[in-house]
Design a protein around this ligand. Structure first.
Ligand code: AG3
Length: 275
């Protein structure tokens, strides 16, 4: 292979390789190693500890699905919390919803936000919206301190290694429940059903114990392991399969539509077997 390639070792026996045009930035933050590179296939790409977080070419698959599914399930979301998500992609989607009055981003690493603003403007562009509040603190602590505060909580974390481990814990989900309003709901990215079946099963069981409604839905993300990705939802009142579509706002999206929303909950047998 000619030129310079980046490979993410997604599993011990599987790598995803992308040809680089150039490295735009590289630094060690207090929390992790951060790089922004430009690629042939997907444009600019954000890496944390050599793990692909997002690329300009395919970020909308993920950001639209993690945001619009919960926001359209809630009939009138006013306040939203994003944990992680320092690139701003989830916030950009949230502020498309006219009902949103306040969107809080709690990101532990200020350098992620600073670099996204500088190198990934098409992803970070929503961060300057007047409804957005950015706090550089630990999302686990933030949720522990909140009670009856948010309509929607979205966990846009890194993989469950290092500082993100606590964002996949039973205790965290209990605190999320308490931080939500009485009819609130939450969604977390929960990795690939091809490679993380046991994690997904445990999360779904936790959520089913804590929330009246627990659901799993899927999307495709070309640059994530397996290309198939899961999201787990816990909801106090609203069912994502019973949305009143006449009342949902018309949004400018490239992946999400009401039909895609509904289809995302159709689980293939191999995923059904996980639950
Ligand atoms: N959040 C999900 C990252 C998981 C990717 N995993 C991997 N490539 N092994 C990304 C942040 C996007 N806003």
């Amino acid at each position: 292979m000619q030129g310079i390639w980046f490979s993410e070792l997604q599993t011990p026996g599987l790598g995803l390789s992308i040809k680089l045009k150039r490295t735009l930035h590289h630094e060690k933050t207090p929390y992790q190693e951060l790089a922004v590179v430009d690629t042939e296939a997907y444009g600019r790409m954000l890496l944390l500890d050599n793990i692909i977080q997002t690329t300009v070419g395919d970020e909308f698959f993920y950001h639209e699905m993690i945001a619009h599914v919960p926001l359209n399930t809630h009939p009138h979301p006013r306040t939203a919390l994003v944990i992680g998500g320092g690139d701003g992609g989830v916030i950009r989607e949230i502020i498309k919803h006219p009902s949103i009055e306040k969107a809080v981003l709690v990101e532990i690493d200020a350098r992620v936000v600073a670099n996204a603003r500088e190198y990934l403007p098409e992803i970070a562009c929503g961060l300057d919206d007047a409804r957005v509040e950015i706090r550089f603190e630990d999302g686990i602590e933030h949720v522990r301190q909140m009670e009856n505060t948010y309509d929607v909580i979205i966990v846009d974390s890194t993989d469950p290694i290092g500082p993100a481990v606590g964002l996949f814990s039973t205790e965290f989900y209990r605190n999320v429940y308490r931080a939500l309003k009485p009819d609130g709901l939450f969604v977390a990215q929960t990795e690939s059903p091809l490679f993380n079946a046991r994690l997904i099963r445990r999360i779904q069981r936790d959520l089913a114990e804590i929330f009246p409604i627990a659901r799993l839905y899927l999307t495709t993300v070309p640059t994530y392991p397996g290309g198939i990705w899961s999201f787990s939802m816990g909801s106090k009142e609203y069912d994502p399969l019973e949305v009143d579509w006449r009342k949902v706002p018309q949004l400018a999206t490239r992946f999400y539509t009401p039909a895609v929303h509904q289809a995302a909950f159709a689980l293939p047998p191999f995923v059904q077997d996980i639950l």
